[in-house]
Design a protein around this ligand. Sequence first.
Ligand code: F6R
Length: 241
Amino acid sequence: MKIIVTRTYDDMSKEAFRLVKEIVAKKKNACLGLATGSTPLGLYDLLVKDHLDNKTTYKDIKTVNLDEYVGLDKDNINSYAYFMRTNLFDKLDINLSNTFIPNGIASNYEEECNRYNKVLEELIPDIQILGIGSDGHIAFNEPNTPFSSLTHVTSLEESTIKDNSRLFNSIDEVPTKAFTQGIKNIMNAKQIVILASGKNKQNAVYNMIKGNVNESCPASVLQLHPNCIAIIDEDAAKLIM
Ligand code: F6R
């Protein structure tokens, strides 16, 4: 794993932007693996700015997202589908039919997971953007999820529900389950870029980089990926320096 420590969150976003832009500029029909959450917002702002300033086009770009809350439909303001549209897709010239995300309101979980695994067999990300949970989760693969897992429905840890409650009116509104790509799906990406910012990620970053490769820290699996870059701001990198 290559590690880049940046001084600030903005510098972290710029490093990530450089890597995504390189791919989008080189391969017009590239596949981008995308994450939600606070961490990639700076990167998404830079992609939008670059699209407006330099006319970088996303006409033939495809995207696959990591996860979606169970029970939230695509127009619910807390759904990840809504997050992606409002923070990125609606601001680019991307064709929404080229963007893929699990269907939060699918009633047959198994059918939806199988459908999404098929999508992921077809669409292998040229670059996968990841954030990291304070408990070391990637996508919604919580500690002790098997490294061999494919798309599944998972119960969110208390700490994840608490971390994510800042985006809801109250903690009781945070869904307790989510559809998530499995760790095996994520590891298929040609390149992985994991971003981490802020003091509350220090322990997770330490375990991801310095810890043993172990299912107790899902992000530690990235040590085994042949082309993974961790871009970490100084606040999140304190324990590895
Ligand atoms: C989001 C996702 C999650 C987040 C993680 C960090 O699609 O898969 O794993 O990346 O929970 O969230 P933030 O960036 O909000 O700290």
